[in-house]
Design a protein around this ligand. Sequence first.
Ligand SMILES: Cc1cc2nc3c(=O)[nH]c(=O)nc-3n(C[C@H](O)[C@H](O)[C@H](O)COP(=O)(O)OP(=O)(O)OC[C@H]3O[C@@H](n4cnc5c(N)ncnc54)[C@H](O)[C@@H]3O)c2cc1C
Ligand code: FES
Length: 294
Amino acid sequence: MMLQEEQFIPKPAEILEVNDMTSIEKLFRLKLMDEELERSFNYMPGQFVQVSVYGVGEATISICKSKTRPGPLELLVRRVGRVTNALHRLKEGDIVGIRGPFGNWFPVDEMEGHDVLIIAGGLGIAPVRGVLQHVLDNRGKYGEVNLLYGVKGYEETLFKDEVLSPFRGESGFRSFISFEKDDEFYENLMKKYPEFVKKGVVTVLFDLADSYIDPSNSYAIVAGPPVMYKFVLKELEKRNFPADRVYVTLERRMRCGVGKCGHCIIGGASSIAYVCKDGPVFSYFDILSIRGAI
Ligand SMILES: Cc1cc2nc3c(=O)[nH]c(=O)nc-3n(C[C@H](O)[C@H](O)[C@H](O)COP(=O)(O)OP(=O)(O)OC[C@H]3O[C@@H](n4cnc5c(N)ncnc54)[C@H](O)[C@@H]3O)c2cc1C
Ligand code: FES
């Protein structure tokens, strides 16, 4: 258990590797410089860290890897503003600060014995990649695993090797992918795998995946841009997914990450929640009573 004051002290971490994923996203592999801390650094799918670039500031970033995979911490960072631009300028060997891991996680233990449906849009693949890895690394404990992933186009597709190869369930899960743009890659993929690829936003994939989904025995995991949630949740409701087996991860501006500053509060007089400590993962059932959560 972390001491209260320690939660506010960034621990130095070395960047071991930086890889360009798209023109605006990079994957960082990092290790804490204190060997004991690095050894004991444990995390669950859906948790996040606060990453600081010294002299610039801190940003909240999801851990995008499962602890079931060997290797260092992985963070996928989209360049949007001050801190993330500064992060993108860093190279192997540079040092950043890490606080965390913070927040709750997707209920991977509770999900055992059930089918898993993961629905992600764009950068939303980052917080759910750990769930997918966890489930695939414990394959015998879960039923059917289906991923519905919506992207703008081939260029913007994250973790291409992982999401584009497992059509027809060859890697233990089925990956359905929707492209908003009509690029050449889409055309070719569409010709080859029309049963797994479709033009449009992520919700168009439900039609393709329906015959593989059994809502009475499934958990649904949803992550993506705020606009996506309303439409995805509507599709899940139409299929009678129970609200307590649908989980979303929410994003709010964060500062402390540990429930002290109040920056990430959602809701109103009757019911409030701190996205940093009560979330970022919420069941649909829980957020139904929190005003403005979605
Ligand atoms: C739980 C959680 C997990 C996250 N995981 C990731 C991740 O894995 N990868 C990743 O790239 N980003 C992630 N983010 C978003 C990331 O924290 C912000 O993009 C980052 O803090 C921006 O910092 P900045 O200084 O670069 O941008 P700023 O200069 O602070 O802002 C740039 C622009 O982005 C907007 N912005 C900043 N933060 C947020 C936010 N949280 N929500 C909506 N708009 C915002 C600002 O309003 C502004 O328009 C996550 C956020 C949360 C809360
Ligand atoms: S980020 Fe400070 S209370 Fe949540």
